[in-house]
Design a protein around this ligand. Sequence first.
Ligand SMILES: Cc1cc2nc3c(=O)[nH]c(=O)nc-3n(C[C@H](O)[C@H](O)[C@H](O)COP(=O)(O)O)c2cc1C
Length: 170
Amino acid sequence: MASAEPRVRHRPGPDREVFRDAMARFPAGVTIVTTHDEQGRPHGFTASSFCSVSLEPALVLVCLARTANCFPVFASNPRFAISILPESRVDLALRFAGKSADKFADGGFVRTPSGSMVVEDALAVVECVVDSRHDAGDHVILLGEVERVSLAGTGSPAVYVDRGFARVTA
Ligand SMILES: Cc1cc2nc3c(=O)[nH]c(=O)nc-3n(C[C@H](O)[C@H](O)[C@H](O)COP(=O)(O)O)c2cc1C
């Protein structure tokens, strides 16, 4: 379980804005990461920090900011699901990057047999059980052991680069 406070580091870091600008040049896919609280209410956020880690066992990771409203729910629920977004659902990426109280109210989600709310039109859905949580500065890395994968939709993936959404072209 992640500790409450990030570890203090003493090495001088790069200029914050230059670091942000450099990261903005790296194109990333876009996902919606979801879980639910003890009352069964779904919570989620837009994430581009998703990546695969290991094939055997199948492990993936996603990084979550400690400041996110949904952080306490992800810190306590051992299950989470990742929906890989097609470019046609960039509206969901914007909705889940915002702070609205009920991001699920406008629909677009289905419940999986294991109870996760996932994007109806997702290119793929990856359902996980938390393997471990790792402190990582102002974020926590959620390392998930993959329980179930479905290849749902088709089409081009949503891509985030240069602080905006881009289209993948051949
Ligand atoms: C394209 C995109 C990618 C993002 N990736 C991440 C991410 O990997 N980790 C993260 O903590 N926040 C990420 N965010 C920001 C969160 O989605 C945003 O802070 C969200 O509001 C957090 O949810 P909550 O505070 O309402 O719970 C991203 C935002 C966008 C637009």
